[in-house]
Design a protein around this ligand. Structure first.
Ligand code: SF4
Length: 310
C-alpha cells in the first residue's frame, strides 16, 4: 500500500518517530481538546471561504466559528476558554480580511499528491508519495507564481526567524513547481499575531461583557496593525530545493529501514517539550491510558481533510 507523506507527518517523525507512529499509523488522537488545532482549523476555514469568494466578512466568521461547535465544555473553566477563543478567532478573521493585501489568486486550498523521486536516478518510490494542501497560490503583476500561506502565531518577531529554514515552505515551493510545471517565485507568508488579552476581571469576577471585550480587542488590533500583522516574501534557492529533494528521498529510505527492523525510536528529548507530549502515558505504559485518554481517528491525515493547522 502506498503511504502519503505530508509536511506535518515528516515533521512529526523528526520530532519523535514513536509519536508519528502513534498518530499516523495507529491513528490515536488525545480525547482532550487541542485548542491550537481547533483554533487553527477555525482560522483557516474562515479565510478559505473568503478567499474562494464564497462569503463576506460575516460569512467567513460564521464558517470559521462553526468548526468549534463540536466542543462541549464540561465545566465553567472550559466554557470560559471556549468563549474567549471564539472571540479571539473572530477578531483575527475580521482583522485579516480587512488588512491582508488583495492578491490575484489562481488556486485556493490546493491539494497535491506527487511521486517521490530518487534524485540520483529519477526512479519513483513505490511505497511513498508526497502530499499536502497549500492555502492558496497567487500571481504577481509580472505573472510569477507564489505560494500564499496564512498563519497565526504567538509572536510575529519569533515567527519570522523560522522563514529561512521552514521545511513547509520549501516543500510547498518544490511540490507546486512540479504540479504546475513552472518555477515558483517563493512564498508570501501572511501572519497574524494572536492576542493574550482577556475580558476585565475584578476580585475574580468577569466585569466586562463578551461583546465589550470583542470591541476592545478589535480596537486594539486596529490601533496596532504593524504589531499584529505581517506579509513577507520568502524565497528558496535551487540549492535549498536540491537539498530538500535529497532529504525527502532519505526520509523514504529511513522509513523502509525502520519498517524492516520493526523498531521505532523514542526521542526522549521531546517528551516534555511544549507542555509535554500527549502520548507520554502510553510510552510510560500507564494502565488503561490508551482506552481512556485516546480515541481512534477515522482519518490518517487530518491535515488533508478540511484544513491543515498553522
Ligand atoms: S512521550 Fe516521548 S517518546 Fe513517547 S511519543 Fe511522546 S515524545 Fe515520543
Amino acid at each position: 500500500m502506498v503511504e502519503l507523506l505530508t509536511h506535518s507527518r515528516i515533521a512529526m517523525r523528526q520530532t519523535c518517530p514513536t509519536k508519528e507512529r502513534l498518530w499516523y499509523v495507529e491513528r490515536l488522537r488525545p480525547r482532550e481538546v487541542s485548542w491550537a488545532l481547533s483554533i487553527g482549523t477555525a482560522w483557516h476555514t474562515g479565510l478559505e471561504v473568503w478567499q474562494r469568494g464564497e462569503a463576506d466578512e460575516d460569512g467567513a466568521v460564521a464558517a470559521g466559528l462553526a468548526t468549534l461547535d463540536w466542543i462541549r465544555p464540561e465545566n465553567d473553566e472550559e466554557a470560559y476558554k471556549l468563549q474567549l477563543e471564539r472571540i479571539r478567532t473572530e477578531v483575527m478573521i475580521r482583522f485579516a480580511i480587512r488588512h491582508f493585501k488583495p492578491r490575484r489568486l489562481v488556486a485556493v486550498e490546493k491539494q497535491f499528491e506527487i511521486p517521490i523521486l530518487n534524485p540520483a536516478t529519477g526512479r519513483k518510490s513505490r511505497k511513498f508519495r508526497l502530499s499536502g494542501k497549500i492555502d492558496a497560490l497567487c500571481e504577481d503583476e509580472d505573472g510569477n507564481l507564489w505560494i500564499l500561506e496564512n498563519k497565526t502565531t504567538a509572536s510575529i518577531e519569533q515567527f519570522k526567524q523560522s522563514y529561512g529554514m521552514s521545511q513547509q515552505l520549501t516543500l510547498y515551493v518544490y511540490a507546486a513547481s512540479r504540479v504546475f510545471g513552472r518555477p515558483i517565485a517563493g512564498s508570501v507568508v501572511r501572519a497574524l499575531q494572536k492576542s493574550r488579552m482577556e475580558p476585565k476581571h475584578r476580585n475574580g469576577e468577569q466585569v466586562e461583557t463578551w461583546e465589550d471585550f470583542r470591541d476592545r480587542l478589535l480596537t486594539e488590533y486596529e490601533a496596532n496593525p504593524d504589531k499584529y500583522l505581517s506579509e513577507d516574501e520568502v524565497v528558496r534557492t535551487e540549492e535549498q530545493i536540491r537539498q530538500f529533494e535529497n532529504e525527502l528521498w532519505l526520509e523514504t529510505q529511513e522509513r523502509l529501514w525502520q519498517a524492516k527492523t520493526g523498531i521505532t525510536r523514542h526521542n526522549t528529548a521531546n517528551c516534555h517539550q511544549y507542555g509535554g507530549c500527549p502520548f507520554l502515558p502510553i510510552c510510560l505504559n500507564v494502565e488503561g491510558a490508551r482506552e481512556s485518554m485516546f480515541y481512534l481517528s477515522t482519518q490518517q491525515h487530518d491535515e488533508l481533510s478540511l484544513n491543515e493547522t498553522a
